[in-house]
Design a protein around this ligand. Structure first.
Ligand SMILES: [Fe+2]
Length: 419
């Protein structure tokens, strides 16, 4: 059970926000890099195209004068654009000429020397190189003659303009901030929605619990009728149990099992024949052995419904005795479940102080004397002591009250412990 749904939800939604921001932000950053690389590739290809047309023309008529003219032209061109070096090779892969941008010529020597060997390909290829924060693109452009044969190739290094790189990084940063903010707003919007759904769920769970409790009362009443008794015994033992459980600081979960068990403690009597159950006189030993089996029959009945599993301890073990002489399992001491030890005291006390077909009710003094005498033999001594400390108050509150009043008190307990 979550005691503080707000704290629980805030923690988890914050985690979801952080994880989503990291994942989507990382994706946005990756896409930004891809966009930048593609943009630089496009610019590098566009710039090299200015050179390939002149080199193709030179290859058709490769005279020394044409080479000198071409070399001068490419040196002029390279000073104006973003290529820092451009080299031209013939069909035999021997360098024909080259040009360097004078202002950044030394950069080429600092660039990583690894790279794809381009010379055997017939496609335009680009390889990204980085130097600190700066981006370079190694470009390979094959050149073909009119017959479609490769007559040479160009190899150059393109320096991506800094303003383009900075602009792209700025756009990526804003996209990242936008992602984080949008994720935060979405997470924030989910908060009241989840809280509302949780409240609805709690309402439905409460309605379901009340429905189950209604069925519990009906079943308890049916058992009481079978035993020629009334609901009032079930109400009294349930109330005595709750009061004693409160003194023992039982958890809500344990208290629920105790209340259910109190209502259904003799459900197994349904399986006992009328001849034994309703016999006016004393049972024979054989009949008593049969009567004892009502606790195991009760456990068998409950095991078919999960919601009643916590009542099993009371139903199956409420006739066990602390010294091990009880039935049906013969459990001893604290091997007997706590709820069963609590219920054993209040069940006997209620039997002593109530009118039964075979006896008049004992007064409080006589009943307390019998309970005290069985301390440590029939009953758990610590629980007996706790019960006897408050027995007068409990007797006054519960023993002689009518059924509607006891029912009202029990409703309050159910509201407290089944919410
Ligand atoms: Fe019983």
């Amino acid at each position: 059970m979550i005691d503080n749904i707000h704290k629980w939800l805030i923690l988890r939604l914050t985690l979801v926000w952080l994880v989503l921001s990291l994942v989507v932000g990382g994706l946005v950053n990756y896409i930004g890099h891809i966009r930048l690389d593609n943009h630089v590739v496009d610019m590098a290809r566009a710039e090299t195209s200015h050179y390939t047309a002149d080199f193709t023309a030179y290859l058709k008529s490769p005279t020394p004068q044409a080479l000198a003219l071409f070399s001068r032209k490419i040196q002029t061109l390279i000073e104006k654009d973003h290529l820092i070096v451009v080299e031209f090779y013939g069909a035999d892969s021997k360098k024909v000429t080259e040009a360097f941008k004078s202002s950044v010529a030394e950069v080429e020597t600092r660039l990583p020397k690894h790279g794809t060997e381009f010379t055997n390909t017939s496609k335009i290829l680009c390889e990204k190189l980085t130097l600190g924060q700066e981006i370079f693109m190694r470009v390979f452009v094959p050149i073909f003659d009119d017959a479609g044969l490769r007559s040479g190739y160009l190899e150059g290094i393109y320096h991506a303009p800094n303003d383009i790189v900075v602009q792209n990084k700025r756009e990526s940063l804003w996209a990242l901030i936008l992602v984080v903010v949008v994720m935060f707003v979405i997470t924030l919007a989910l908060y009241p929605l989840i809280i509302r759904l949780d409240r609805k769920l709690l309402e439905y769970a409460h309605i379901l619990a009340l429905t189950n409790i209604g069925m519990l009362k009906v079943l308890g009443s049916a058992i009481a009728k079978r035993d020629s008794d009334t609901n009032i015994h079930n109400f009294r033992v349930a109330l005595y149990s709750v009061r004693l459980g409160e003194k023992l600081h039982l958890s809500n979960t344990a208290m629920q099992g105790l209340i259910k068990g109190a209502f259904l403690h003799d459900v197994g009597k349904i399986a006992i024949t009328d001849a034994i159950l309703l016999k006016p006189g004393k049972l024979t030993s054989e009949e008593f052995e049969t009567m004892k089996t009502h606790v195991s029959h009760g456990g068998d009945i409950l095991c078919s419904y999960d919601w009643l599993q916590d009542a099993d301890e009371v139903v199956r073990y409420h006739h066990e005795k602390f010294n091990g002489s009880g039935y049906l399992s013969g459990l001893k001491g604290e091997d007997i479940p706590l709820n069963a030890r609590i219920f054993a005291v209040v069940d006997v006390f209620d039997a002593l102080t109530s009118r039964r077909p075979y006896k008049e009710p004992f007064n409080l003094e006589t009943s307390v004397g019998i309970i005290r005498e069985a301390r440590g033999s029939h009953f758990d001594p610590a629980i007996t002591d706790l019960f006897l400390e408050q027995v007068e108050a409990l007797y006054a509150e519960i023993c002689n009250e009518d059924e509607p009043l006891l029912h009202g008190k029990l409703e309050e307990c159910i509201k407290t412990y089944f919410r």
